[in-house]
Design a protein around this ligand. Structure first.
Ligand SMILES: Cc1cc2nc3c(=O)[nH]c(=O)nc-3n(C[C@H](O)[C@H](O)[C@H](O)COP(=O)(O)OP(=O)(O)OC[C@H]3O[C@@H](n4cnc5c(N)ncnc54)[C@H](O)[C@@H]3O)c2cc1C
Length: 478
C-alpha cells in the first residue's frame, strides 16, 4: 500500500513527487508514457511568467507569483537551465496602452515586483530589433526562461533518489475506492494507495470521473511554434509578448535557454487531446504574428516546428481540491502551470497534511542534483572527465558538442533515458542545426549497446515511434 500515488509525470506530478519526497512516505508516480514530461510540459513557451497576466484573487495569480519566486533556487539546486531575461508586453495602439495599464495594475495587485510602463524609446533601448510600430511596453524584470522538460526530469530524478517509485508506460484505466484508500488499475497491475493526486493534464477530467461525478471538462487548445537556429537568437533579449486576448497570451518572440529563438503559439481548439502535430496554417499564422513584434526575423533559419496542447477547461481557474476523500485534483493546469508548479506542489502537500496524512521529514533526503555536460566543464575538468571515462573524448552530437560520456550519464541516470528523444531531453543531442541528422544513428547504437537490445527496438520517442524497420546485418555499424 502506497501512502500517495501521483497520476501524471508532467511538471505538476514531478513537482509533487519532488516536494513529497522530503517526507517519510511511500510514493508512486504513474504515467502512461515511457518517459517523464511527455505532455504539455515538453511543448510550451518555456517562460517562468512574472505573474501580471492572471486575474487577481485567482489561484493562477497567487501560485504563478509564488512559483516564479521559487524557481530560481530550485533550478540552481538541480542544475536546470534558467535565465532571468525579463519580459516586455508590447503595445501597438491606444487600445493596447489601456491593456498595458490594466496588466500593470493586475501585476501590482498580484505582488509582481519591478513592473514598469515604458515609452517606445525606452522599449527600443532594451530591444534593438523591435518593430517601429511599437508605441509602448510593460516591462517585467522577474520574467524568466527555463528548460521545461529538464525542470520536470530534474525534480523526478531527485524524487527517485529519495525513494519515489516510477511506473512509466502504464496508463491508468480505472480507480476503485476502498475502505482505506484507492485501487488504481493499469494494464500492468493494481496499486493500492491511501491518497491519489490527479495530475493527468489534458486527461485530468477523465481521471477525475473514475472517482467522482463530472464537475469540469478539459477543452484542449493546441499551440504551434517555430524554433530558429542560434544565429537568430539575438533578435530578442527579453521575452516579447503582444497584448493578451481571450485566446491567451498571444504570440511571443523569445530567446530560449538553449540559445535559439522561439516564436509562437497560436490557439486552436482540438477534439483529439493527444494529437500534437503542427499544421501549416497555424505555423503561417505564428510566423506572421511574430513579425509584428520583430520584423527582421529570418524564417529561413527555422530548424524545427512543434505543437503543444493546453489543458484549458470550462473553469476560469486551476482546479485544485479534493474530489473525494483522499483524492486530490490538480487538474486543468493551463498556463501559467509551468511557472506555478512548485507552488502548486507545496499547496498539494499542505492539503494532504491538513487532511491527516502523517508527514515527518526524512533527514537524509537530497534536494540537489549534480549535472555537468562536457561542454560546460573547464579545461581541467574536461581532462579529468576523459581520464575517468575516455568516452567523454568522443563527440557524438557535433552541433551541440555532446559526447558519448554525456549520453552514458543520461542512460544510467536515476530515471534513465531509453529512447532517442529521452537522450535528447536529458543532454541535448539532436537539438542543433542538423536536428539529429548526424548523431541519431550513433545515439541509437549507444542506446542498443547499453540496454543490451537490438537497434531496431530503440524508439524515437513514445510507444510505436519505430526508427528502424528491419534488423541490421550481423555486426554492421548503423
Ligand atoms: C502551447 C503552450 C504554451 C504554454 N506556455 C507556458 C509558459 O510559457 N509558461 C507556463 O508557466 N506555462 C505554460 N504552459 C502551461 C504548462 O505547459 C502546463 O500548465 C504544464 O505543463 C502542465 O503540466 P501538467 O503536469 O499538469 O500536465 P502534462 O505535462 O500534460 O502532464 C500530464 C501527464 O499525465 C499523463 N497522463 C494522462 N492521462 C494518464 C493516464 N490515464 N494514466 C497515466 N498517466 C496519464 C500524461 O502522459 C502526462 O505526462 C503552456 C502550455 C501550452 C500547451
Amino acid at each position: 500500500m502506497y501512502d500517495v500515488t501521483i497520476i501524471g509525470g508532467g511538471i505538476i506530478g514531478a513537482a509533487c513527487a519532488y516536494t513529497l519526497s522530503r517526507y517519510k512516505l511511500s510514493i508512486l508516480l504513474i504515467d502512461k508514457e515511457n518517459d517523464i514530461a511527455m505532455g504539455s510540459t515538453r511543448a510550451n513557451s518555456a517562460i517562468i511568467h512574472a505573474g501580471f497576466d492572471p486575474e487577481p484573487g485567482t489561484l493562477m495569480a497567487s501560485l504563478n507569483v509564488e512559483g516564479s519566486r521559487m524557481a530560481p533556487e530550485i533550478c540552481r539546486a538541480l542544475n536546470v537551465p534558467y535565465i532571468n531575461n525579463g519580459a516586455l508586453v508590447l503595445g501597438f495602439s491606444d487600445q493596447d496602452d489601456k491593456t498595458l495599464e490594466m496588466l500593470y495594475e493586475r501585476g501590482r495587485q498580484n505582488g509582481v515586483e519591478g513592473l514598469c510602463l515604458l515609452s517606445r524609446e525606452e522599449a527600443r533601448k532594451k530591444e534593438a530589433f523591435l518593430s517601429d510600430r511599437v508605441t509602448s511596453a510593460l516591462y517585467a524584470p522577474t520574467s524568466a526562461i527555463v528548460d521545461p522538460w529538464e525542470y520536470a526530469i530534474a525534480m523526478s530524478e531527485t524524487a527517485a533518489v529519495n525513494g519515489v517509485q516510477f511506473r512509466l508506460g502504464e496508463r491508468v484505466t480505472a480507480i476503485k475506492k476502498t475502505e482505506v484508500g484507492y485501487e488504481i488499475t493499469t494494464p500492468c497491475g493494481v496499486y493500492s494507495s491511501r491518497y491519489v493526486i490527479n495530475a493527468a493534464g489534458v486527461h485530468s477530467d477523465e481521471i477525475h470521473e473514475m472517482v467522482a461525478p463530472k464537475s469540469f471538462t478539459i477543452i484542449p487548445v493546441r499551440g504551434d511554434y517555430c524554433v530558429l537556429d542560434k544565429v537568430e537568437n539575438a533578435r530578442a533579449a527579453c521575452t516579447l509578448f503582444q497584448c493578451p486576448s481571450k485566446d491567451g497570451k498571444g504570440v511571443l518572440v523569445t530567446p530560449t535557454v538553449h540559445g535559439n529563438l522561439l516564436t509562437g503559439p497560436n490557439a486552436i481548439s482540438c477534439a483529439n487531446r493527444d494529437r500534437v502535430n503542427t499544421e501549416a496554417q497555424g505555423i503561417d499564422f505564428v510566423k506572421h504574428a511574430a513579425l509584428k513584434s520583430v520584423p527582421s526575423i529570418d524564417y529561413r533559419q527555422t530548424i524545427r516546428q512543434y505543437a503543444g496542447m493546453r489543458a484549458n477547461s470550462d473553469q476560469s481557474d486551476f482546479i485544485i481540491g479534493f474530489a473525494d476523500k483522499g483524492f486530490l485534483d490538480l487538474a486543468g493546469i493551463k498556463s501559467p502551470g509551468l511557472s506555478a508548479a512548485p507552488a502548486i506542489a507545496r499547496l498539494a502537500a499542505d492539503m494532504l497534511k491538513e487532511d491527516g496524512l502523517q508527514m515527518s521529514e526524512t533527514p537524509d533526503s537530497v534536494f540537489t542534483r549534480e549535472k555537468r555536460l562536457f561542454k560546460q566543464m573547464s579545461p581541467e575538468e574536461k581532462r579529468a572527465a576523459i581520464a575517468r571515462e575516455p568516452l567523454y573524448g568522443r563527440v557524438i552530437c557535433r552541433c551541440e558538442t555532446i559526447t558519448e560520456g554525456d549520453i552514458l550519464t543520461a542512460i544510467h541516470s536515476p530515471l534513465p533515458a531509453r529512447t532517442l528523444d529521452g537522450v535528447k531531453r536529458r543532454v541535448g543531442t539532436g537539438m542543433g542545426r542538423c536536428q539529429g541528422g548526424f548523431c541519431s544513428p550513433r545515439v541509437v547504437e549507444i542506446l542498443a549497446r547499453e540496454w543490451g537490445v537490438k537497434p531496431e527496438s530503440i524508439l524515437k520517442d513514445g510507444a510505436g515511434s519505430i526508427i528502424l524497420i528491419g534488423p541490421t546485418k550481423d555486426g554492421a555499424k548503423l
